[in-house]
Structure formats: C-alpha cells, structure tokens
Design a protein around this ligand. Structure first.
Ligand SMILES: [Zn+2]
Ligand SMILES: [Zn+2]
Length: 347
C-alpha cells in the first residue's frame, strides 16, 4: 500500500482534520499522481455533514483534482511520469451497462465509483478524494490537463466546468441562441464563460444587482435582476435556453415564462426539496425542463482541450488547507469569486 495523508472528517459532526491513510498500490492500469491543487465544491460540505444521507466515514473530500504523474502501471498507455493529470467526480464505472457502452459512464446504471464518499467497483473499498497529497486512479478516469493554462485555476473545471459544459454541448447551444445563466457562483461563472465561447448571446439572471459588473467582466452581454418585476416582465419569452445553477429553492414556473416557444430549462443545481410545477408552464409554448449531471470522461477531456484552445479557466481564490473551515463559511455565504482552490503544498 502507499502511505497517504490528507484532511478527513471522521464523523458528520466533526471538522476536517489531518488524517493518515493508505492508497492502493499502482496496478497495471493505474496512474498515481501527486496532488498539487484541489478545488472546493459545495458538495464537499454537503457530504461531510451527511446532508444527502449515506455518507461514508472517515471521508476525505475533493473531486476537482490536478497534479503531476509520479508512477504508471505496466500496461498504462495514456500517461507518462511527469505528465500533468486531473481527476473529477468519478474514478471508475462498471464499463458493461448500456450507459457505459455508450460512453456515458456518468450515468452508469450499476453505479459509478465517486471519487470520494463512494466505493470502488468491488463495492466495498471506500474511495478517498483530493484533499490529500497523492491519488491512484485507473488511467481511463484520468484526464490530460493543457499545459498552457494556470494549473490551480484548471482544478474547478473537473466539476464546475464539466457540469456546465456538458449540457451546453448536449443541447448544441451556440451562435444564434439566447442563453440565460441563472445564478452567478462556481457553476454559473463557468456557464457564462462557456456560453460566450460557444457563440451564444448570454444573459445572467441574478437576485443581486451588485453582480452586474462582475457578470459583464466574465463576458455576459446582458443582466437581469430577478427580484425586479419590471425587468422580469421585459425578459418574458426571450431565451432559447436557461442554464439553472441555483441549488436553493426557487419557482421554476417563474423562469419557464422567460423561455421562447420550444425553449429548454436545464437544471444543474439541485435544491434540497421537490418543487411544484404547473403543467401549463410547459404546455404554453411547448417548453421543456431538463437536467444534466457532470459529463463523460471523453467529454471532460474535450472540455479541457476546449479550455486550452480558448484560454478558459475558473476564477479562483487560493487557500491553505488550514483555511478550509473559513472557506466553507464564506462559500455558504456566497462570498467567493468564484471557487476556492486548496494549495496542496500547504498540507
Ligand atoms: Zn463538485
Ligand atoms: Zn456502467
């Protein structure tokens, strides 16, 4: 086994603290990379607090992981020692179900292996994430990171990036489309960057007028304050797509009214409770409400390559691992532009 160290939650009621643990030896198809940076995702906090249920402890969170390869297995063909490498939200899948056969391992019907708070495909070995110094992953679930990008700022692409890129590609959002991005946080700011890069006319929908300048700085063409009835009235029937990144409760009907005929409202943020939806908000104008979760490994690589070609990274604030609790407090209050990234050299 390989000795590893990280920050772990021992129970749902304890704070993250240093923890020594073991990674598996590098198998024939495995890549080991030393972790240089790990992004901080809101789901990290939900899971260490067991807010979604079923959490596995001890838990080492983190699924926006980048670093440099230090060992490769004898059969590995995709990576060499010294390469930059990244891993996102999953580290394996069953590989035989219909989803996996179609290259949609994010929707593996037998349950993919989440990078942390999950189980390997043996369904008994727990997985440990990126708030740690090193990781061993099957090469099929390791991504190449473009060398021209700021490495720390690429980490959030592995979750926040692919979560917003995948639906925009699936629904072929691009030139000639009017795209609204609902919410301007870790996900939303990536949705704006990708929407603009894909050629869409992008509007940010936000409750806070003070975010307008930031939205424009990110490339958004327009801004609508959703708490202003006059602005919402003027925005009715305007958009081909809404990319909904909000994970607090909100009224979907209010936003469906902003779609054109045949428009699609795409959920990537998940509020904690079910929402009421009147069928008329879909019937009038043949509208759709849809969802999307992360992206496949192939699409994640496509997204990273697209970012390399277009110079796209996340806007980040770097923190020491010791500052993680303060970072969580600020994240909960929406006080970050737009993603915290842990400098793993501080571990
Ligand atoms: Zn995430
Ligand atoms: Zn599968």
């Amino acid at each position: 086994m390989i000795a590893a160290k990280g920050y772990a939650a021992q129970t749902k009621d304890t704070d993250l603290a240093p923890w020594n643990f073991q990674r598996r030896e590098v198998g024939p198809h495995d890549v080991q990379f030393d972790i240089m940076y790990c992004g901080v995702c809101h789901s990290d906090l939900h899971q260490i607090r067991d807010e979604w249920g079923g959490s596995i402890f001890p838990m080492v969170p983190g699924h926006e992981i980048v670093g440099r390869v230090v060992a490769v297995g004898s059969h590995v063909t995709k990576f060499n020692i010294g390469d930059l490498a990244g891993t996102g939200c999953m580290v394996d899948s069953c590989r035989v179900c219909e989803s996996c056969q179609h290259g949609l391992e994010q929707y593996c019907l037998n349950g993919n292996s989440q990078t942390y708070n999950g189980l390997e495909q043996d369904k008994k070995t727990p997985t440990y994430g990126g708030y740690s110094n090193t990781i061993v992953v099957n090469e099929d679930f390791v991504l190449h990171i473009p060398a021209n990008l700021d490495l720390a700022a690429t980490a959030p692409l592995l979750c926040a990036g692919i979560t917003t890129y995948s639906p925009l590609r699936h629904w072929k959002v691009g030139a000639g489309h009017k795209l609204a991005v609902l919410g301007l946080g870790g996900l939303g700011h990536m949705g704006v960057k990708f929407g603009v890069a894909l050629g869409a006319e992008v509007t940010v929908l936000s409750t806070s007028p003070r975010k307008e300048a930031d939205a424009k700085k990110l490339g958004a063409h327009h801004f609508v304050v959703t708490t202003d009835p006059a602005q919402m009235e003027a925005a009715k029937g305007q958009f081909d797509f809404i990319l909904d990144t909000v994970s607090a409760e909100h009224d979907y009907g209010q936003y469906l009214a902003l779609l054109k005929v045949d428009g699609t409202h795409i959920c990537v943020g998940a509020p904690p409770t079910p929402s009421a939806l009147h069928a008329f908000s879909l019937i009038i104008g043949r509208k759709s409400i849809a969802g999307s979760g992360i992206g496949s490994i192939a699409e994640t690589q496509e997204m990273l390559d697209f970012c390399g070609e277009n110079g796209i990274v996340s806007d980040i604030e770097m923190i020491d691992i010791k500052g993680i609790h303060q970072a969580y407090d600020r994240m909960v209050n929406g006080d970050v532009k737009y993603r915290f990234v842990i400098d793993m050299a501080t571990l």
